[in-house]
Design a protein around this ligand. Structure first.
Ligand SMILES: Cc1cc2nc3c(=O)[nH]c(=O)nc-3n(C[C@H](O)[C@H](O)[C@H](O)COP(=O)(O)OP(=O)(O)OC[C@H]3O[C@@H](n4cnc5c(N)ncnc54)[C@H](O)[C@@H]3O)c2cc1C
Length: 406
């Protein structure tokens, strides 16, 4: 049996994604000895972009890697929404100095690998964190004084607590949620590609996170990696019920779903030679993420559609909250887990449920589309800030030590 190292409380974290590494960093900073078990051959992230709100930077600041995250990000000027039928701009949310002053941190886009490596570097540098890859956890149980996990390779890791940060198809979750909570398929599929800047049509090389909204589909593009590449995500509604992630996808399928979209935007979908596809799913809310000394975090707890671009941001917030509760409880995991789920459940599920609604708004048709356009065109920057305060302010973590919005 490994993992139960001497001296002070210990935790095993299952999953070395952004959520798992953020939790490792947070707990280690509060004096816990952490072992992270990752099933993949190496710690890393797939090659695509991610948007991160000011609340993610608040969380990274708390975890001591804010500067590393800010140094790797691209700062877009605005969030833009275009009507995919007419090609007109229907919303522009500025992300300039007033936005940063209001929220105390920027909005940015970043390559996933760059974000993940900021966490990985900090975890590697921390003497209380042990990172072990090629360890797929297949079972987890409470022992009375802690919890234990078993891996496919036949190894056993015991600690005072186990945190399941093993993503949307978590192996830890069934022991907490039972089988009452199957994945809820939206019928939405996302295609992703990353283009070298030279392949991006010049008239779309905007320094913005741009979303083209069309009936039953939308696409998003933004610059990445110091403007060397552009990230492209094309999402559409389908009857496909096979939950797959990171599978190859065909240009023909994506083009056929965007046939009704204005040529200026559609032509962008003809450029990528390689697409990867994801069938999107979330889960209905449950009222507990804890069973004894085992807790869930990130997508394992609250997978969400990407429409608010908040899944990874929420995983980081979870990690900060857990670390803060652990410190306040003096290292008592029972008290820390209880306080953690009480704080996080309403906030994380507000994002999950609101994201479902936002998907409907993005994909609106007919009169709903006209209502959406009229409503969004009216928004002033101040109304945009106020509308996003509940997310970007990180206020759900009040008292956790996060920087408050200005
Ligand atoms: C198309 C798309 C776009 C998105 N855009 C954004 C965005 O712009 N902004 C944003 O904030 N979020 C976005 N998200 C959401 C974001 O990707 C996730 O919410 C985030 O990655 C969750 O992190 P996590 O660490 O909880 O889980 P994951 O990233 O899934 O990490 C889980 C880790 O656990 C490992 N693992 C799984 N099972 C086991 C096991 N049994 N044993 C050991 N290890 C295991 C996995 O290999 C993986 O490394 C998007 C998602 C999608 C699909």
């Amino acid at each position: 049996m490994s993992g139960a190292r001497n001296g002070g409380p210990s935790a095993v974290i299952v999953g070395g994604g952004i959520g798992g590494l953020a939790a490792a960093l947070g707990l280690a900073k509060k004096g816990c000895r952490v072992t992270v078990l990752e099933q993949a051959d190496k710690f890393g992230e797939i090659g695509a972009g991610i948007q991160i709100g000011p609340n993610a930077f608040h969380a990274m600041d708390y975890l001591g890697i804010g500067d590393a995250g800010r140094a790797r990000a691209v700062y877009v000027d605005a969030l833009i929404m275009m009507d995919g039928i007419t090609g007109e701009q229907i919303f522009r949310g500025p992300l300039d100095a007033p936005f940063r002053k209001y929220f105390g941190n920027p909005y940015a886009v970043i390559h996933r690998a760059d974000l993940h490596s900021a966490f990985l570097d900090a975890c590697r540098a921390h003497e209380a964190i042990r990172l072990i890859n090629k360890e797929r956890v297949i079972a987890c149980e409470n022992t009375g004084k802690g919890a234990v996990v078993r891996t496919e390779a036949g190894n056993v890791y015991e600690a005072d607590a186990v945190i399941g940060a093993d993503g949307v198809k978590s192996n830890i979750r069934p022991g907490i949620a039972g089988d009452k909570d199957p994945l809820r398929l939206s019928g939405h599929v996302a295609y992703r590609a990353v283009l070298p800047i030279e392949q991006m049509p010049e008239d779309l090389r905007w320094n913005a996170a741009t979303l083209w909204a069309g009936p039953k589909c939308h696409m998003v593009h933004y610059p990445l990696q110091g403007w060397r590449t552009f990230n492209l995500v094309a999402t559409f509604v389908t009857d496909d019920k096979n939950v797959g992630s990171n599978e190859p996808g065909t240009r023909e399928e994506v083009l056929s779903r965007f046939a009704h979209i204005v040529p200026r935007a559609r032509k962008l979908l003809e450029v990528p030679t390689e697409w990867r596809r994801w069938v999107l799913a979330d889960r209905d809310p449950i009222d507990h993420w804890v069973n004894g000394r085992v807790a869930l975090l990130g997508d394992a707890a609250h997978p969400t559609y990407q429409y608010f671009a908040q899944g990874a941001c929420m995983a980081m917030e979870d990690a900060v909250c857990l670390a803060d509760k652990y410190e306040k409880a003096g290292g008592d995991f029972d008290a820390a887990f209880k306080a953690y789920q009480e704080d996080r459940i309403p906030r994380a599920y507000r994002v999950v449920l609101s994201s479902r609604e936002l998907g409907r708004i993005y994909h609106a048709d007919g009169v709903e589309r006209l209502v959406r356009n009229a409503w969004l065109k009216e928004k002033t920057p101040e109304q945009f800030y106020a509308g996003m305060q509940w997310i970007y302010g990180g206020n759900g973590l009040a008292g956790s030590g996060l920087r408050a919005a200005a």
